[in-house]
Design a protein around this ligand. Sequence first.
Ligand code: NAP
Length: 254
Amino acid sequence: MTDLAGKHALVTGGGSGIGASIAKTLARAGAQVMIAGRRKEALEQTAACAANMSAIVADVTDQDSIAKLYRYAETVHGAFDIVVANAGSAESAPAEQITPARWSKTLDVNLTGAFFSVKPALAGMRARGWGRIIFIASTAGLKGYAYVAAYVAAKHGVVGLARALAVETAKDGITVNAVCPGYTETPLLEQAVRRIALKTGRSEAEARHAVMASNPQGRIIAPQEIANVVLWLCAAESAAITGQAISVSGGETW
Ligand code: NAP
């Protein structure tokens, strides 16, 4: 069992879905966990699950908001040893209908927000000679999907960001990796299923079936399966795993 006692972890987007599962898993392993997102109520509900978890409202697209989060967190529990940049969102549209505003919004949340979330942690991790940075990217960071060009571009960017930071921090005791989930059972997936049904005229059950069929195992991934990989990456024994994009998708991508 990975023991994270004494480690302080940040999980962005920790109020729901994959982020909530990661936060609970790191807390069970003994880490002091801080979750961040925009919806106070969702954050507070998740944080109530563990005595060693706290919540703060923050928007990853806003550097001032992130700076405030770091100031608060460091005052209360010290610097972050682990940062999981999980916050993200996806919208779909044919490429020729993506407006500049929607393009920018998608890149802001999924790519720039991921960078803003981890950047303030780097200097402290370097000084202490230990750190774990984990980006929750997507299989959309490894292959193309139709009607989500901005999301696919952003997630490919996240994989590139992880690889670049891994090289930059390789001698400092820090590992940087991207975890790439396939379709995973969360509110974001429910939205995607509803959208597919609406746009294709299929029922939601048929849309869900199509999503499952894209996974060679014929199923939807559970958030806990993503959290298990994150926990493994946090272990001291995973020190040699850096710069990797790990597909958790039942074999959809590699
Ligand atoms: P989710 O439940 O909708 O979680 C997304 C989280 O991101 C929410 O908690 C949301 O919280 C937070 N968030 C969004 N915009 C934010 C912002 N500007 N600032 C701070 N937090 C923000 O969906 P999920 O499926 O768990 O998604 C988690 C990650 O997994 C995302 O990066 C997503 O791209 C990735 N992923 C999901 C799947 C899937 O099939 N579910 C597959 C591959 C990758 P607030 O709304 O409170 O801000």
